[in-house]
Write a new protein. Structure first.
Length: 265
């Protein structure tokens, strides 16, 4: 438990994020939905579009295999997963929040050419929602991480439902698709969280098995990414190093990145 808490503090807790925005939640009138016409097309050679020092650091992956669906609960709660139960040689890249918007992210996503799930906090993206619309053109999907990133565990059902439903609703207004997957801030949750998430239309909520910060991967179990592992990143100042560290950890384990959404019925 001490190891797990230290990993959460270093890689997933609230202390590593900026203070929540004091502005009201983003609305469609103040932040119009980005259109496909406004998105940046990928370069003809995505690897060549990167700075020369980054090109050798991007590994190549085989396509992921056809997904095997998980079984979801039928008791009125969202599933809780830190690893997809599969023997397939796949791992899952997930990125939280959205505060730091590195200009190289789009080129990195295009060069890597792998599926990525973004768990976005509404307050964190409200200054530039179009940035994340661009990332969708390079293989990213957008899922729910609340409106304002509070610790949900121990809070009332009404409070948790407001944050979870509100996050999904506002992301739907911005990007057209309503999220069906959820990550509670810092991974902190209780039975009320999973019930509220289900009632907000979330099929599953997620923890992680590995996390990264400042270019280093932190492991909860053995010092290797295992089949089905969910890996946590954040949009932080060392985003480039973090993303490349995750790609190479997956590659060194003999795995390939797969789309988390494909495994959820």
């Amino acid at each position: 438990m001490a190891v797990l808490l230290s990993v959460m503090a270093a890689c997933g807790g609230q202390g590593a994020r900026p203070a929540p925005s004091a502005s009201p939640p983003v609305s469609p009138s103040s932040s119009p939905a980005p259109t496909e016409a406004a998105l940046v097309p990928p370069a003809a050679d995505p690897i060549a579009a990167l700075p020369a020092n980054l090109r050798p650091r991007v590994p190549r992956f085989a396509p992921p295999p056809p997904a095997t669906k998980v079984t979801l609960p039928t008791n009125g709660t969202a599933a809780w997963l830190s690893r997809i139960p599969t023997d397939q040689k796949v791992a899952f890249i997930t990125i939280d929040d959205g505060w730091d918007k590195n200009p190289l992210a789009l080129k990195l996503f295009q060069a890597a050419n792998v599926p990525i799930t973004l768990f976005l906090e509404v307050n964190a993206i409200s200054d530039n929602p179009a940035y994340f619309a661009q990332l969708r053109t390079a293989g990213a999907t957008i899922q729910n991480h609340t409106i304002s990133h509070p610790v949900l565990k121990g809070r009332s059902y009404a409070f948790q439902k407001h944050e979870i439903c509100g996050g999904a609703d506002q992301l739907a207004k911005l990007y057209g698709d309503r999220p069906t997957l959820f990550r509670p801030p810092g991974g902190a949750h209780d039975t009320t969280t999973l019930r509220a998430a289900h009632d907000c239309g979330m099929k599953a909520a997620f923890f992680w098995k590995e996390a990264t910060n400042k270019g280093k991967v932190f492991y909860q179990e053995e010092h290797v990414v295992k089949p089905g592992d969910i890996i946590l990143m954040h949009f932080r100042p060392r985003f480039v190093d973090d993303f490349l560290a995750v790609l190479n950890a997956i590659h060194q384990a003999g795995l390939t990145p797969a789309r988390l959404e494909d495994y959820i019925p």
